[in-house]
Design a protein around this ligand. Structure first.
Ligand code: FAD
Length: 379
């Protein structure tokens, strides 16, 4: 079979792949480059709900279906209601995102969309192998995540953000549609870090997610019974479950960039674009794809695109602590919200604080745990 050549081959048409492909083909700089986007799934299901905080207007505001300017954080004996200003907390439904990029599936001048499974990617020969043929790319971008690689890597602990979310319609009007529950740790912690996340869409409709930051997934029934118990306390009257979503997001300081080559870049979660300490990925993916498109114009090696920052080290320490004291995660987050302004917390989680703000933030945590983690990393 003849191997076809492309300038850019994008492996995986999820969040990062679709954003990158759309940006490449809408930029006239790349009009004479041909792009191949390969995705195995039809992407016609509402398989996830993306939320992120953003300042002012955003490039995907036309598909934001709900946004909030107020939030709640709760833990045992602690509750704070806060304004998210200057940020807005925005929600995009997976299905709206995929529909927004459906045009990429129809014939575009310099883009080919291929619906097939990728069997392998050979980094040396820049070849992507599929049942529908093999393809060589001058540059390859892949969002295919190898979870096993993270599990088998002992140098950094692997926690997972794992959750089940249910979109619930209630008889009684029990939700405040103007206020998102960012984290509610005031639930049984058992032996690991767990919280409820509530995205109210109206007074009688909300997405409720039972979320853990821990090494092991639970039996599906445990997520569901925990949501049932939480709902019971809210006095919902009769209610029905309209949709269910579940997810596992890796929380790891693994150096994803070590997998990149001059001609191959891992993108999205597979590229380390997930914030290790929180699992948030979406806004970073929007920002990174913009940076990447500018970077490609300079014709530089892809393995020089990502730069390591001090935030990587903070995340590493945070994960070391969270891994060792997984039953005490609620205390860590409680301290964070008790002692810091939400605006600073969002800024810190966006890797945008200055060193003084970071030191101040770190002094609010239990110092002994972090000093122990620091010593362990250095000696
Ligand atoms: C349920 C859920 C909810 C989330 N919510 C949030 C949130 O609220 N905020 C946030 O910031 N982050 C969130 N995330 C994390 C992150 O934003 C998403 O996982 C995001 O989709 C990551 O983008 P990606 O491009 O790396 O991966 P994906 O969007 O998963 O894209 C990878 C694509 O590769 C395809 N693929 C995989 N293997 C192959 C193969 N062999 N051949 C061909 N195609 C293949 C997949 O079908 C998929 O379409 C969530 C994740 C999940 C799972």
């Amino acid at each position: 079979m003849k191997i076809k050549k492309f300038n850019y081959v994008i492996c995986g048409g999820g969040a990062s792949g679709l954003l990158l492909a759309s940006k490449l083909i809408s930029d006239t700089f790349f009009s004479n480059k041909n792009v191949l986007l390969i995705e195995k799934d039809p992407k016609n299901l509402n398989d996830r709900t993306w939320c992120f905080w953003e300042k002012g207007k955003g490039e995907l505001d036309h598909i934001v279906s709900k946004s909030w300017k107020s939030a709640i954080f709760k833990a045992k004996n602690f509750k704070t209601n806060f304004s998210t200003d200057p940020y807005t907390y925005k929600l995009i439904r997976g299905i709206d995102f995929y529909k927004n990029f459906n045009y990429l599936k129809t014939k575009q001048q310099n883009l080919t969309y291929l619906n097939t499974k990728i069997n392998s990617i050979d980094k040396r020969s820049n070849t992507v192998k599929t049942d529908k043929g093999d393809f060589i790319g001058d540059f390859i971008f892949t969002s295919l995540l190898d979870f096993d690689k993270l599990i088998n890597y002992n140098k950094y602990p692997l926690l997972k953000q794992h959750f089940v979310g249910q979109l619930i319609k209630t008889k009684n009007e029990i939700f405040n549609p103007d206020e998102v529950t960012f984290m509610d740790f005031d639930i049984p912690q058992k032996d690991s870090t767990r919280f409820m996340y509530v995205l109210p869409l109206s007074k009688s409709k909300a997405l409720i997610e039972y979320t853990l930051f821990s090494p092991k997934e639970l039996d599906k029934n445990e997520y569901i019974s925990s949501i049932e118990q939480y709902m019971k306390n809210l006095n919902p009257g009769n209610y029905k479950i309209i949709e269910t979503e579940k997810g596992i997001i890796p929380m790891s300081a693994y150096k994803f960039t070590s997998e990149n080559t001059k001609n191959l870049l891992n993108i999205g979660t597979a590229g380390g674009w997930t914030k290790p300490s929180t699992g948030y990925t979406f806004l970073n993916t929007l920002n990174k794809t913009n940076l990447l498109v500018s970077y490609l114009k300079m014709n530089k090696p892809l393995n020089e695109f990502e730069k390591n920052s001090r935030f990587w080290f903070y995340d590493l320490l945070f994960l070391d602590v969270l891994n060792k004291h997984n039953d005490k995660g609620s205390q860590l987050f409680k301290k964070m919200f008790e002692k810091n302004k939400p605006e600073t917390i969002f800024k810190f989680l966006d890797n945008k604080t200055n060193i003084f703000e970071e030191i101040k933030m770190m002094l609010t945590f239990k110092k002994r745990w972090f000093v122990q983690a620091l010593i362990k990393r250095f000696f």
